[in-house]
Design a binder for this molecule. Structure first.
Ligand code: UD1
Length: 416
């Protein structure tokens, strides 16, 4: 069990390249199995979740090789349509294998997915969409059995614009004969990136990034070389970090369009923001004002993946903030730990009422999930004294050595 030890009270200064987005890479790695030929993914981040995904591919006969930061995937010798629980329990994104496996193998048997404990995380929308595409599905003995013998293009309406379901259905539909339309599709940048990746492999996809995605089936997808978008959540995490500590930092690689809700909030709080299509600079000379009302929403609303970090910022902002979590019901676990550091937070159903205090005090705290863990690191950066964040493996799922990035920006933080 590794820990991060943080000396609080240092302002952040400097420039950092934002790494590639994990949430874009995971479905893309799954989609790679549909290519006849090698897929090369450049600037791939070496995160635990990415390795869990390549382990899944390798378990069914794909060969994934790393050359520095390039991931090369060959799927010529797939020998299995079954993914065991020992793989799926590690990562929620294992569910992404359903669409590509149905497309290539005509069937799939996948154990129920695991992942961060941030709420119920059902998969009903994935299964509903697949059924609309003609897949026969049985759920028994902890496995989802999918038979795609009668798959056909169709119109699918999602009751909620789920990111994962939209991605799974795009992948399932891309090689079906005819036109599939997904209504009420998710609009996140990672959806557009997956569409761009599939298009580069020869797919015909229109409307990604809007609520209606149209997919004209194509018989064969070919190998491709691809670079994914940068991680808007990591970018946002470090922008918020600077809001907490003060200072001036520039994050390069993530366009402002991917983080408009956050940037607008930070501006309202008093931060100076200078952003364009490739970088964002934040400058904070004084304590930020509390934001009275923050509610997580689907894109382009405020992202749930930045809620814990934003909540942390509110603990020492001037005033009171009410934060509503509308996507994942157990994403307030961080509050118990922040209260240990001196935060004034009251929880009511899916709302956190945060009254800003002058400062937090360093403490020994536990990361309970990926983004909550990142929030605690930020709390430590701004706190008086020393903070130890335990259970760093949660944070490692989404941030490759977060301490190296933050140290580049002037933080005093070490892993031991
Ligand atoms: C993805 C992201 C995750 C992010 C989330 C929301 C990846 C790998 N993960 O997760 O980091 O927090 O989007 O932006 O990209 N839902 C259902 N039934 C389903 C599917 C989802 O009810 O079949 C609900 C979920 O419980 C949740 C909401 O829909 O309340 C959003 O989930 P979804 O958009 O599917 O998130 P993920 O794809 O799991």
């Amino acid at each position: 069990m590794q820990k991060l030890h943080i000396e609080g009270g240092h302002k952040l200064f400097g420039e950092l390249q934002v790494p590639t987005a994990k949430n874009a890479l995971l479905p893309i790695i799954a989609a790679s199995i549909m290519a006849k030929g090698e897929v090369c993914i450049y600037n791939c981040v070496k995160l635990v979740d990415v390795f869990s995904m390549t382990d899944i591919l390798n378990s069914i006969g794909c060969v994934s090789t790393w050359v520095d930061n390039t991931l090369i995937i060959s799927s010529a010798n797939i020998h299995s349509h079954s993914i065991k629980e020992e793989y799926t329990k590690k990562i929620r994104s294992s569910i992404f294998m359903l669409g590509p496996m149905l497309s290539v193998l005509g069937k799939a048997k996948v154990a129920y997915p695991g992942g961060c404990n941030i709420g119920a995380r059902p998969i009903d929308l994935h299964l509903h969409g697949l059924r609309e595409l003609g897949v026969k599905i049985e759920e028994k003995h902890g496995y989802i059995y999918c038979d795609g013998a009668c798959m056909h293009a169709n119109e699918i309406h999602l009751d909620f614009p789920s990111v994962g379901a939209t991605e799974n259905l795009m992948m399932a539909a891309v090689r079906l004969n005819g036109t599939t339309t997904i209504y009420n599709a998710a609009r996140e940048p990672e959806i557009v990136d997956l569409a761009n990746f599939l298009t580069a492999m020869g797919a015909h996809i229109f409307g990604a990034g809007s609520s209606t995605i149209v997919i004209e089936g194509t018989k064969e997808l070919h190998g491709v070389e691809y670079s994914s978008i940068k991680d808007r959540i990591i970018c946002g995490t470090y922008l918020i970090a600077c809001g907490i500590t003060g200072g001036k930092i520039t994050l390069v690689g993530s366009p402002k369009e991917h983080n408009m809700a956050l940037l607008s909030n930070l501006k309202q709080a008093g931060a100076k923001i200078d952003a364009n299509n490739d970088s964002v600079t934040i400058c904070c000379n004084s304590k930020l004002k509390a934001l009275p009302d923050i509610a997580t929403q689907v894109f382009p609303g405020f992202p749930t993946d930045l809620q814990s970090q934003m909540l942390t910022l509110q603990t020492t902002s001037k005033g009171t903030s009410v934060i509503s979590e509308n996507l994942f019901e157990t994403r307030f676990k961080i509050c118990t730990e922040l209260i240990k550091m001196g935060a004034n937070i009251t929880l009511k159903d899916r709302m956190a009422i945060v009254k800003g205090v002058p400062k937090l005090y360093g403490a020994d705290v536990e990361a309970c999930d990926l983004r909550g863990g990142a929030g605690l690191v930020l709390a430590g950066l701004g706190a008086d004294g020393y903070t130890t964040v335990n259970q760093v493996e949660h944070i490692d799922r989404g941030y490759h050595r977060i301490e190296d990035d933050l140290r580049c920006l002037g933080a005093v933080i070490n892993r031991f």
